[in-house]
Design a protein around this ligand. Structure first.
Ligand SMILES: Cc1ncc(COP(=O)(O)O)c(C=O)c1O
Length: 438
């Protein structure tokens, strides 16, 4: 059961002026500093995509292709289009038609171009959605715990309470129902649920289709908007793909958040929010949300860089609006790295040695469970004395429940770095266990 005092504690803690929250939000700076102080240390902390797959030269050359497309679409000359692209642009985006086709081809998300807001990466989409949805004082965002630091930051800066689901031994859907009821009893409202259903950041976990359907059901019942964040959906290494929640959504529960940061590269800073045709069956509410997102965006980034949109548009045209061909080599590379990391962990920790880990079906991350607490002090110690930097899961947690867990990112480390990093971390673990009394 999610007891009221627990919710209250998580909520009270989530204000930006609270020192522990400020500390929570500055953990990434801390990690960057540690990595800069120990440049020879192998870092498993950063979940950046591998640069080997950035084809910026080719992608930049594709910009005129997009100009030609726009010229023939709008009956203008290519020169005129090129000048217009250099101008301020439509707030909700320029390349929405191509993005709609790509979302359908690659993520199974069926939507009209008009229902898409093109954003400066998924991060802006998150910020806009949280602010647009949580407008009353008691409105909160539910999230799994640990969670992506980006939602913690967005909610905190917007002064919106983020409430950790208490999953216990039960299901996510049950935890949502409990949280919704508890909040309602306190006169507050669970307004949105932030979720990464496929290859979660930070845990690497994936929700089954049954779990997704149960979550949609409970969210529809309590009128909770699901913010489905899907940056890793195209990076599945094994197992059968569960449809995205937006694909399964029959009742207008899901706002789908996409990004080209992992499929192309983060520098494009292009993502999107897709609002369902009817929000909980209400077309007016859907239109109002779209208008609200656009209004907010017009005072934050005005519009997403049209030059960057033209670059993405050029790639989408070249790839017939599916990134499958482009992503395939990167996916292969990440799978090999995941397998290599799993293999090294099994070799270094035979019979577990009190250490266990999950096997993510895709994405960039896995979770290690340790027999002792691993926090800021331990990560500094590891960097200095063992030349390895894993990410303490407590940095991404909303309470103290994650102190013995670590996130290992395998997306941007070479196989040689994985070998060295895991072996050094295993030395640290063995020595720590040996030095622990009892
Ligand atoms: C789960 C998740 N959501 C959103 C983002 C941010 O993506 P973007 O670069 O599109 O802002 C990331 C980046 O790592 C992420 O892991």
């Amino acid at each position: 059961m999610l007891e009221p005092p627990k919710v209250a504690a998580a909520v009270a803690d989530a204000k930006v002026h609270n020192p522990s929250v400020r500390r929570r939000l500055s953990v990434m700076n801390f990690l960057n500093e540690v990595a800069a102080d120990y440049p020879l240390a192998v870092s498993f902390a950063s979940g950046r995509p591998a640069e080997a797959f950035f084809e910026l030269d080719t992608w930049l050359e594709g910009i005129p292709r997009y100009f030609d497309h726009l010229a023939s679409r709008d009956g203008r000359s290519a020169d005129e289009v090129a000048r217009l692209v250099g101008q301020y642009g439509r707030t909700n985006g320029l390349i929405n038609d191509l993005v709609a086709m790509q979302l359908l081809a690659d993520d199974g998300v069926r939507c009209r171009a008009e229902n898409i807001v093109i954003t400066a990466g998924c991060q802006e989409a998150l910020a806009l959605c949280v602010q647009a949805l949580c407008v009353q004082p008691g409105d909160v965002v539910l999230t799994r715990n640990p969670t992506y630091i980006g939602i913690t930051g967005v909610a905190t800066l917007a002064d919106v309470d983020l409430v950790a689901l208490d999953e216990g031994a039960g299901s996510v859907a049950e935890a949502i129902g409990r949280a919704a009821r508890t909040l309602a009893a306190q006169g507050r409202r669970a307004r949105a649920l932030y979720l990464i259903p496929s290859f979660d950041n930070p845990t690497g976990a994936t929700l089954s289709q049954t779990e997704r359907l149960a979550i949609l059901d409970v969210c529809q019942r309590y009128r909770i908007v699901v913010l489905e964040d899907n940056p890793y959906g195209m990076f599945r290494y094994e197992g059968e793909a569960a449809p995205s929640m937006a694909t399964l959504d029959q009742h207008g529960v899901v706002v789908y958040l996409g990004t080209y940061s992992k499929t192309l590269c983060p520098a494009v800073r292009i993502g999107c929010a897709v609002v369902p045709e009817t929000l909980f069956g209400d077309a007016g509410a859907s239109r109002a949300l779209l208008d609200d997102l656009g209004m907010r965006k017009s005072f934050v980034t005005v519009n997403s860089s049209q030059l960057n949109q033209a670059l993405v548009g050029g790639v989408l045209l070249a790839e017939q609006c599916s990134l499958e061909r482009l992503v395939a080599p990167a996916r292969h590379h990440y799978r090999i790295h995941r397998d290599h990391l799993l293999g090294r962990l099994a070799a270094e920790f035979p019979n577990g040695c009190g250490v266990s880990w999950n096997r993510p079906e895709g994405g960039f991350f896995l979770t290690l469970e340790l027999p002792f607490a691993f926090g800021q002090e331990q990560v500094s110690h590891c960097a200095e004395n063992y030349q390895v930097i894993p990410l303490p899961m407590s940095f991404l947690a909303l309470d103290g429940s994650q102190d013995r867990r670590v996130r290992m990112a395998f997306s941007n480390v070479s196989e040689a770095q994985i070998d060295a990093g895991v072996s050094r971390f295993a030395d640290f673990v063995r020595e720590t266990v040996a030095a622990t009394p009892g």
